[in-house]
Write a protein that binds this ligand. Structure first.
Ligand code: SF4
Length: 494
């Protein structure tokens, strides 16, 4: 019985930006008696089903975006007589769907690493059960990944997780519902050991792939301090202390290492935390700005963010502390008007953010937005026989780009204005201007290359409606990815 672990993807670039951590973690959770698992990351190359034999186990982790491809793989490998096991956020939310559409023998809900050996033992005995609940395991039980199984010359960034869960409750996000609102942090020693392992393998750039690297804000502390019972204040203070302890350990790592993560904008109000990030060489962070207007922020339950000039000022604070921001904006909110696109673009430039992404509002399952939207459609329209409220079951090119009627704009208008915003932000003169913060010409050229790659991978493949543009974007991303990778890695010393 051979174990295969597959990360499904509709597009393969030959080289990928970030290591899909779950593959290497589940490989570490696979007992030795089953041999070395066969890992397939389809963002690099497609699965070759000829490698699957009857009685093998194929583990497929799916999120909503790649569930359709995951189910295709399930069909292909079950036809060859393999056990089909699904895990990941989407399978956790829809275990029955994985059975109906992906021919699952079993689904693993929640965190997979502790329950995985049981699943394999049941498959080996020919008795897998339909549902395994992996639960939410404590941070001390998170497994280190088996980086010894990394393919050569394939990835730009290593990835390490230091914490799961997020105490916020943004309406468009499922993280707080699936991973929980109680942060579960891993010990600093375990995190650092894994990063050292990655550095020995040539990775200088490592993503701290947390749901939210800044789980306790100054406001949270102030609110807890006002309560008569001090226990929650003590709990929050302990989480905060652990974050600082981790950053102090990161600061001791080799000087050529650079880290990236994702945080909420409230970190800008916490100079002590930003200073610790700078010392730890956390040079970049994805920050969910979402909307540049107060009304837009309110509509996604994110009114803890600032808007307008105050927002520009707040975003500049990150840069002042040496943290480059990848700002994430959502378009298609009911409060958006045609002017919102221009205003967002101007704000992103004025705020000096290094990278930006402009995503279309999509109702993802597990979110409050999805729940409301699904409830509002008693008889949802169908595309190719698939209800709109199950849009992920359609092949990517058949999925709508926008889902709900908009009060001020047509769907095509929103799509075109979003595409134009990407084009404007990633035009060569705009990128060159943003690269001014980097002193060396080589550094500036690297910044341009990675900016163009980012745009090709995420803009054209995501919101373009014609397949010719998709094909061109994929080809361009493949061309850019290899030289880009060389800029990020160092010589392996392992
Ligand atoms: S969007 Fe970010 S801050 Fe909001 S719930 Fe999700 S992970 Fe937390």
């Amino acid at each position: 019985m051979r174990v295969h672990l597959v990360n499904p993807s509709d597009v393969s670039f030959g080289v990928s930006v970030i290591t899909p951590r779950w593959l290497f973690v589940l490989a570490a959770a696979t007992p030795d008696e089953y041999g070395t698992p066969h890992l397939v990351d389809e963002t690099l190359t497609r699965l070759n089903v000829d490698e699957i034999a009857p009685g093998d186990v194929v583990g497929i982790s799916i999120h909503t975006g790649n569930a359709h491809r995951g189910y295709e793989i399930g069909h292909a490998v079950r036809t060859r007589g393999a056990y089909v096991i699904y895990g990941g956020v989407h399978a956790t939310l829809y275990p029955d769907e994985a059975k109906a559409h992906g021919l699952a023998h079993a689904v693993v809900k929640g965190d997979g690493e502790i329950v995985w050996p049981t699943v394999l033992a049941h498959c080996a005995a020919g008795t897998p059960i339909e549902l395994y609940d992996g639960g939410r395991i404590p941070g001390g039980s998170f497994k280190a990944a088996r980086w010894d199984l990394l393919p050569d010359d394939a990835y730009m960034f290593g990835s390490v997780q230091t914490l799961r869960g997020c105490p916020k409750h943004c309406s468009f996000c499922s993280v707080w519902r699936t991973d929980g609102q109680q942060p579960r942090a891993r010990g600093a020693g375990d995190v650092v050991d894994e990063i050292r392992d990655l550095r020995r393998r040539g990775f200088r750039f490592v993503l701290l792939a947390d749901d939210n690297f800044y789980p306790v804000t100054k406001t949270d502390l102030a609110m807890a301090a006002r309560r008569s019972d001090p226990s929650s204040l003590h709990e929050l203070e302990a989480i905060r202390r652990d974050r600082f302890a981790l950053m102090a350990r990161l600061a001791e790592l080799p000087a050529d290492m650079v880290f990236y993560t994702q945080i909420t904008m409230e970190a800008a109000e916490d100079p002590e935390f930003l200073d610790a990030m700078r010392k730890a060489r956390i040079r970049g962070a994805l920050v969910g700005v979402e909307s540049v207007t107060k009304e837009g922020l309110k509509s996604v339950y994110k009114d803890f963010n600032l808007a307008g000039d105050a927002l520009v000022k707040q975003l500049r604070i990150f840069r002042d502390h040496g943290v480059h921001v990848l700002a994430s904006f959502i378009f298609g909110l009911p409060t958006d008007t045609p002017d919102t696109f221009e205003a967002t673009s101007a704000l992103a430039q004025a705020a000096n953010v290094s990278f930006a992404q402009f995503v279309l509002l999509t109702p993802f399952p597990g979110t409050v937005d999805f729940q409301k939207w699904e409830e509002s459609l008693a008889d949802p329209p169908k595309i190719d026989g698939v209800p709109l409220t199950r849009h992920w079951l359609l092949p990517p090119m058949r999925r709508p780009k926008i889902y709900a009627p908009h009060p001020h704009m047509t769907h095509e208008q929103i799509r075109q204005l979003t595409q134009a915003t990407w084009d404007r932000f990633y035009s060569l003169p705009a990128i060159w201007q943003r690269s001014e913060v980097i002193r060396s010409v080589k550094g500036r050229l690297a910044f341009m290359l990675i900016s163009k790659l980012y745009r090709q991978m995420y803009a054209n493949t995501g919101i373009a409606t014609d397949s010719a543009r998709h094909v061109r974007a994929n080809r361009m991303a493949r061309l850019l990815a290899k030289p880009c990778r060389r800029l990020f890695v160092a010589k392996a010393t392992a």
